[in-house]
Design a protein around this ligand. Structure first.
Ligand code: ASP
Length: 410
């Protein structure tokens, strides 16, 4: 994607802007215009969804084959364990920092203060038990995991296959070779599908902009501002800092290298759908090896959601303020824990974070009706949080690669 990248990016950006303009322009007319509501919008919806579906089509075979190859190519199971621990620690730390940023902004901007909404304030309830989360990552039937696209289970099974292949000697090598070929084919399919991105992006954003109109910028502007500002701070301070300190590269080099993935995440609102592009960007533009990127990135797309965590921090405070609930310091600390768990459990698909927000609200004793408040603007928030979710994966991936002595691109 490197050399053609710029021009494709241009096309995507043009599609994005044209889509917004079209959406805003026709939005108010859609409901009384049969041609728009019956033909144009449904058609755009289908075009956008074909693009999304094509991206989803490659995820399971791409992730499975590339993780098998990645695990096998790291060669030494001890190294794999070391990389795994580093990755998990970095994922958790960056997520916790993101929530703290969200809470600080929620306290400073106070988006919900003065709304005075009446609602049932619930009892504090426990989050999904950690032990269940642990049990859930092991697949009883790996084919079933693939059919359901349960990424965590697919990752676990692929790691087993990769490591077992190392111990199986010659025959193991043959199997890994076959998966290597499959992964190559899936990468080239990614590039084919990316050529459709400008059209897919145009259609998706036109539909969203027409639905929400300029109102997407109005009453909930403060929540939107808090989430957007928080995400930008997180990217500029935390990710840039990690890149400068651990990779000895400039933030510009980094953000330029991963911009296609970030934009695609923003538009598709799905970390999983973006994954093929994330992998391509990190390998081709940052120079991270296949071994590390194919392990770190799919795991990140599944469990590392800094943007979602930050959003949950802001929204929990927003709901508390809107319903007039006082949140103590310890309640805010419990939000850090539950939002971290919730973000791990959030699937990398559009809107998943909103559903997981119910868990954060209930476990903090906040009214579930708060979901109704956030839902109206969730698509706008989802775009930014997904963008940060994906960007965070690439930052951790680059740092892990540098810490393993890999030579990143200049
Ligand atoms: N859409 C987000 C993602 O795919 C998840 C979320 O809804 O927070 O990363």
């Amino acid at each position: 994607m490197a050399s053609k990248g710029m021009s494709l990016l241009w096309k995507i950006s043009i599609g994005f802007v044209l889509g917004i303009v079209l959406g805003f322009a026709v939005g108010p007319m859609v409901s009384d215009n049969v041609v728009l509501s019956g033909y144009v919008m449904p058609f755009l919806n289908v075009v956008g969804n074909i693009f999304l579906t094509l991206l989803k089509m490659i995820i399971v075979p791409l992730v499975f084959s590339s993780i098998v190859v990645g695990a096998a190519s790291i060669g030494d199971p001890k190294a794999l364990g070391r990389i795994g621990i580093k990755t998990l620690v970095l994922y958790l730390l960056t997520t916790a920092v993101a929530i703290v940023i969200g809470l600080v902004l929620g306290n400073v901007i106070q988006p919900g203060v003065g709304m005075n909404i009446a609602g049932a304030v619930g009892e504090a309830r426990a989050a999904k038990p950690l032990l269940d989360v642990m049990l859930d990552i092991f697949p009883a039937n790996p084919l079933d995991s693939m059919i359901k696209a349960n990424m965590l289970q697919i990752i676990v099974f692929a790691l087993f296959v990769g490591v077992a292949a190392i111990f199986a000697g010659e025959k193991g090598k043959r199997l890994v070779g076959a998966f290597e070929a499959l992964a190559e084919v899936m990468y080239s399919m990614t590039h084919m599908i990316m050529n459709l991105a400008p059209y897919g992006v145009f259609a998706l954003i036109a539909v969203t902009a027409s639905k929400y109109g300029v109102a997407i910028l109005a009453p909930f502007a403060k929540v939107i501002a808090a989430v957007y500002i928080g995400c930008v701070i997180h990217a500029v301070v935390v990710y840039s800092g990690m890149i400068v300190v651990f990779c000895r590269r400039s933030p510009l080099w980094y953000f330029r290298g991963i911009q296609e993935a970030s934009i695609t995440a923003f538009v598709t609102r799905s970390s999983s759908a973006t994954l093929p592009i994330t992998i391509a960007n990190v390998q081709e533009n940052l120079g991270v090896s296949e071994g590390i990127s194919s392990f770190v990135l799919p795991l990140g797309a599944t469990i590392n959601m800094d943007g979602t965590a930050l959003y949950q921090g802001v929204c929990a405070l927003f709901v508390a303020q809107a319903f007039g609930v006082e949140l103590s310091m310890s309640a805010q600390i419990s939000i850090i824990v539950t939002a971290t768990l919730a973000s791990i459990g959030t699937a990398g698909v559009p809107g998943a974070g909103l559903i997981m927000l119910t868990m954060v609200l209930t476990s903090t004793g906040l009214p579930i009706e708060g979901i109704g408040l956030v839902a109206g603007i969730d698509a706008v928030l989802d775009a930014m949080r997904t963008c940060i979710n994906v960007t965070g994966d690439t930052a951790v991936c680059a740092v892990v690669a540098a810490s393993e002595g890999e030579k990143l691109k200049a």
